[in-house]
Design a protein. Structure first.
Length: 405
């Protein structure tokens, strides 16, 4: 591994930071003195903290992967992220407040602050953890490292990946979203047509530097199979909503593709850490997670049956009907639990997280197309239940790490 790896990681943050600074006019508005004082203060705090964790042995660095300049123990590269944060956070804040726009441009059709707000909500921030966590958890537990691949991959699956997924969806589902009472909240944005092209542009371009680095990194490490899985996962995200493919309108394939969106990051992490994907344990874990994702998507589609039909959209729920779709989801959750129970210890513990999902779905087992929107009550519980499931999985991962030492 070369120190070039870490320089590329820093570049992935520096480029968008400089772009945000320029667009928000931060340098001109605040001035170098204010920026310098803020940056120096954060660098001092960061240097203190970094030297503590490096000196305590909590974090270590491969001498061949860094420039070799230390202050005094922590590598120079560590300070780059603090400097970036010192500049990027106020830039984003000013952009969101609309302070970075001139009076002339404020009269334009839209501003940078408005665009950032639209992109933020279009990316479904409530769901960021659902894609970043599977990648980060598997990469850390299996790979036992916090290398460049971990950080860039986690950041990619945290924001760019979700903007690509949901941004495209909001553009091409606009007619349905207008008729959907649950849109316009944390469950999804209603993206005005004037934001469609800017959203698509950012959604397609933002992932490029991350994918470029991950591809180079994995090829350099001699793991080209990771690139195949990464390509499949990104294709599934685009194909789900993009015009001309629209997998989300092909019943059953929509649920399979949606599940891939959340299982994919985990599979990419397994491939990146050289974990065999054809082992019995890996297949049971992937299979259980796929069934889990398919069940969640299917139940989520039930509440949108009326809006989708009025908007001329198809889904597993519009094709099979509300009652049959809910029962399909119940069966899929049950089989996911069975797959986990049949796995090696401590996989069976994860089956505990399936029980609340079954309990939420059971009262809706006889729901009809006419009252399909009642399923939203259960779906809203799902949003918070995902955090409980994440807690259970996290405890299992910690247990696995501690008992494997």
């Amino acid at each position: 591994m070369s120190h070039l790896n870490y320089l590329l990681v820093v570049a992935c943050f520096v480029v968008p930071t400089l772009a945000a600074l320029w667009l928000a006019g931060l340098l001109k508005r605040l001035g170098w003195r204010a920026i310098s004082v803020t940056t120096l203060a954060i660098l001092a705090l960061s240097a203190t903290f970094d030297n503590l964790i490096v000196g305590a042995g909590i974090v270590g660095y491969d001498p061949k992967a860094i420039l070799g300049i230390r202050i005094p123990i922590a590598p120079l590269e560590d300070l780059a992220y603090a400097a970036i944060a010192a500049l990027l956070v106020p830039a984003i804040w000013m952009g969101l407040q609309g302070l970075g726009v001139s009076k002339a441009s404020a009269k334009a059709e839209f501003t940078l602050g408005q665009l950032l707000r639209q992109l933020f909500w279009a990316s479904r921030p409530i769901s960021w953890i659902n894609t970043a966590y599977p990648f980060a958890a598997v990469y850390l537990v299996v790979g036992h490292t916090l290398d460049a691949g971990f950080w860039v991959g986690t950041l990619f699956f945290l924001i760019p990946y979700n903007l690509l997924m949901y941004g495209i969806n909001d553009v091409y589902d606009y007619e349905s979203d207008l008729r959907n009472p649950r849109k316009g909240s944390i469950e999804g944005a209603v993206l005005h047509p004037k934001w469609h092209q800017p959203t698509l542009t950012v959604a397609y371009l933002l992932p490029v530097p991350f994918l470029a680095f991950l591809s180079w990194n994995q090829f350099h490490l001699g793991q080209p199979l990771t690139l195949v899985w990464l390509a499949i996962v990104v294709f599934a995200v685009v194909a789900y909503s993009a015009k001309g493919m629209r997998f989300k309108e092909i019943p059953l394939l929509d649920s399979v593709t949606s599940a891939t969106h959340f299982v994919g990051p985990m599979v990419v992490a397994m491939a990146a850490t050289n974990q065999p994907l054809n082992s019995g344990t890996a297949l049971k874990l992937i299979g259980a997670f796929m069934l889990w994702g398919m069940a969640s998507h299917a139940f989520g589609a039930v509440q949108d049956i009326k809006a989708d039909r009025e908007g001329g959209l198809a889904s597993i729920a519009t094709a099979f009907g509300a009652r049959e779709t809910v029962r399909f989801a119940l069966i899929a959750y049950a089989f996911a639990g069975i797959a986990l129970v049949s796995g090696i210890w401590p996989m069976p513990l994860a089956a505990i997280a399936v029980i609340p999902y079954l309990a939420i779905l059971w009262p809706h087992r006889n729901i009809t197309d006419d009252n399909c929107e009642e399923a939203n009550q259960g779906w809203r519980r799902f949003i918070w239940l995902n955090f409980f499931a994440g807690f259970v999985v996290t405890m299992i991962l910690i247990y696995t790490v501690l008992t494997s030492r």
